[in-house]
Each structure stands twice: as structure tokens, then as C-alpha cells.
Unconditional design. Structure first.
Length: 388
């Protein structure tokens, strides 16, 4: 997308330029679309969802598996009694199973701290229940002609992030503009292009390492990034001890964590070194034709055993080599403050021998359902050691 001298004379919206350049950048930012609402405004333009305040809120919500931990159990024939912290939310007729067991039970009664279930599986009428474990809700069969159905237990809460200003200034003297040089670096339009690319890199850095900071008179506001939202207390994590090498098993277990929490794992985010380690998983399957004149190998997707989900491998060079992230990226979004999407405007002061322009935008990032969608595998062996 070309810049023109029109950029010198008026405020020009660059949000489409940002989207285009971000999509072409082999960095984390390409996973963050600019949010757009369905439909068009009165001028026929696509409606863009924007933040309406410097603290941007969004609603969380995942239909996570409904489970209850039990601390004791007893069985008599085909009936089992489970002791739970609170039996509310379950009722007679509900079907469930014990995590790790194939047998299905129907709730006979659920009250207080007790859930009583009767085995309904045709085989294995006699069974033994573990002393502790997890009960997994399967379904609530509905009678024909019913007037009510199952209540949905959505994880309803809100989360927020602050907006951050990104700015680049371009200034050229009259002499620099008058001197002819190869590459046209001495034009404001070319310098604006460089400034926009620089801002894309700054936004990308904030998406990775940004720390959510409230704006005050003395402190510029800043948005939180992957490491801020992905390392919250109560979130998914698989820290490793002893610095093991990254394996397919670790990736599969992290993907299963995301799936069990209600997400759909669709991306592995890592540095270039660990991406090469993932590529070695295919080493035994690589065949090189005798007439090949290309060298190198890169695996750009990984099929996990967690439901057969295919996860794309996204290389973000700034991710520490000891970390790999398994994510559900459907909740990612880059959101401009209303009226503050990336734009350029002239900034030349009267009487100055030269031209000046600025590129400015104010954005925040959404990491929807971060506690259920981001799983960090940390403490891994360095890729250099694995690849030697």
C-alpha cells in the first residue's frame, strides 16, 4: 500500500495500512485483527469496534466443562455416593461420569454436600470409585413438551486493558528534500512509511511484554500484553523442572489443558529456536529429492491429540527460548480508541525550513478468556542444546 504526498496536507486514516502491514509481519501482531462490527455506517464504511474510554472493558465467557471435585466416595452395587463441597447446580436425572472412567451415572439425588448416582452403563454394573477425583457433567436429558431446559453455567466476568499511545515523528529539512538521492529516503512519504513500520514493531512489543498501567498525571497509560494476561493467578500453566526438552507430549498436554478449560487450541507461539525444535519432530519423515536445491526445514502446523486440533506455529523472536505458549487466539483483538486509530497529520510549523509530519494512534489489546485460553510451558531446555 503506497504512501503519497497527500499525507503531507491533511489528516489521513492509516488503520487499513496498519491491518495490512500487521498481517504481512511474521510477528505476534498478525494474530490480532482490528475488531470490526457487522454492517456499515451511514457513509457506507465498515463499522469498526472501538474503545470508548482509556480503560477498555470486555465480557469474558466460555462454556467450560461443568465439573465438581469430590473428596470421598462409597459404593453399593450400582449406586455411588460422592462427597463434594457444594452439590448446587446438579439435580436428579443429570448424567455424569468420573474423570478417567467410561461408566455413566444418573443423579438420583443432589443436595448439600452429597451427590448420589446410579450406574446406567449396560456393562460393568459393579464398579469401584476412587477416594477422590472429579465428576464431569455430561448432559441433562429433557422431557418431551418441557417448559424449561438446562441452565448454562457460563464463566461470566469482565476484564479490561488500558489504551497506549504510539507515535512517530518525521522531519526533513528543506535541503534534505531538495537533494536527490537513490531510494527516495529524502521524502516525507518514504519516512512516514518507515515510521509506520516502526510503530507496528512497537505495538508488537507491547502485545508481548506490555504491562497494564493506569494513566495518571505522571505515568503514561500502557496496555498489558501476553505475559501480563497469560501469567495471572488462576490461569493455565505448565512450569517444568529440570529443564527438559520440548516434546510433542508437552504440547499435547498443554493443548488438552486449553480444551478442558473450554477453549479451542489453535496456535503455538514460540521463539525461532523452539520452532526449530518442533520442526525436528518431523525429522524421520523428511525426504530430500536428489535434484533439490533448497536447504532448511520449518513445520508451520502441529496436529495435537487434544481432539485433533491443528495449531499453527507462530514465531515471535522476542519470546524467551525457555518458553512456549499454547493458545486459543479467538479472543485476541487490537482495538483503537474511538477517533484515535492510526493516522498521519501535518505538523510543520510556519516559517520552518522543512516539512514535518506525525504518525499517531492509540490502541489497546483484548485477551478474552486469557485464564482459559493461554497456557505457558516454561523452564524448557534451550533450543541450542536440543539441536546440537
Amino acid at each position: 500500500m503506497a504512501f503519497s504526498t497527500d499525507l503531507l496536507n491533511a489528516r489521513i486514516d492509516l488503520s487499513d495500512v496498519l491491518s495490512w502491514r500487521a498481517s504481512q509481519t511474521p510477528r505476534l501482531i498478525r494474530l490480532f485483527p482490528t475488531r470490526r462490527a457487522p454492517g456499515f455506517d451511514a457513509a457506507g464504511r465498515s463499522n469498526v469496534l472501538s474503545a470508548t474510554a482509556t480503560e477498555h472493558f470486555w465480557l469474558e465467557g466460555l462454556d467450560a466443562p461443568k465439573t465438581k471435585s469430590f473428596t470421598a466416595s462409597s459404593e453399593s452395587g450400582s449406586t455411588a455416593t460422592f462427597t463434594v463441597a457444594d452439590a448446587s447446580g446438579w439435580q436428579s436425572g443429570d448424567l455424569f461420569h468420573v474423570l478417567g472412567d467410561h461408566g455413566v451415572l444418573r443423579v438420583s439425588s443432589a443436595s448439600g454436600t452429597s451427590i448420589v448416582g446410579t450406574r446406567v452403563t449396560a456393562s460393568d454394573p459393579e464398579f469401584l470409585t476412587p477416594d477422590s477425583g472429579v465428576l464431569v457433567f455430561d448432559s441433562r436429558p429433557v422431557q418431551e413438551g418441557s417448559s424449561s431446559g438446562e441452565d448454562f453455567f457460563m464463566q461470566s466476568r469482565s476484564e479490561s486493558n488500558f489504551t497506549q499511545i504510539f507515535r512517530g515523528d518525521v522531519a526533513l529539512s528543506g535541503t534534505a528534500q531538495a537533494v536527490s538521492q537513490a531510494g527516495m529516503e529524502n521524502t516525507i512519504a518514504t519516512q512516514l512509511e518507515y515510521a509506520t513500520d516502526s510503530i507496528v514493531r512497537r505495538i508488537n512489543a507491547a502485545l508481548v511484554f506490555g504491562v497494564k498501567t493506569r494513566r495518571t498525571a505522571s505515568e503514561p497509560g500502557a496496555m498489558g500484553g501476553l505475559y501480563y494476561f497469560g501469567t495471572q493467578s488462576g490461569g493455565l500453566a505448565r512450569p517444568q523442572t529440570g529443564a527438559p526438552a520440548l516434546t510433542m507430549g508437552l504440547l499435547n498436554r498443554a493443548a488438552q489443558d486449553v480444551l478442558d478449560a473450554g477453549g479451542v487450541p489453535d496456535a503455538i507461539i514460540c521463539g525461532a529456536g523452539q520452532a526449530q525444535v518442533i520442526s525436528t519432530f518431523m525429522e524421520s519423515q523428511v525426504q530430500v529429492a536428489q535434484d533439490s536445491r533448497e536447504a532448511g526445514r520449518f513445520v508451520d502446523s502441529f496436529v495435537t491429540s487434544a481432539g485433533g486440533a491443528t495449531m499453527k506455529v507462530v514465531v515471535e523472536p522476542s519470546i524467551p527460548d525457555s518458553d512456549v505458549w499454547v493458545c486459543d487466539t479467538r479472543g485476541f483483538a487490537l482495538v483503537p480508541l474511538a477517533g484515535r486509530a492510526l493516522h498521519t497529520e501535518p505538523a510543520s510549523a510556519p516559517g520552518v525550513d522543512g516539512r514535518r509530519a506525525i504518525v499517531l494512534g492509540e490502541y489497546t489489546a483484548e485477551f478474552k478468556n486469557a485464564k482459559e485460553s493461554l497456557c505457558r510451558i516454561s523452564g524448557l531446555k534451550s533450543s541450542a542444546e536440543v539441536l546440537t
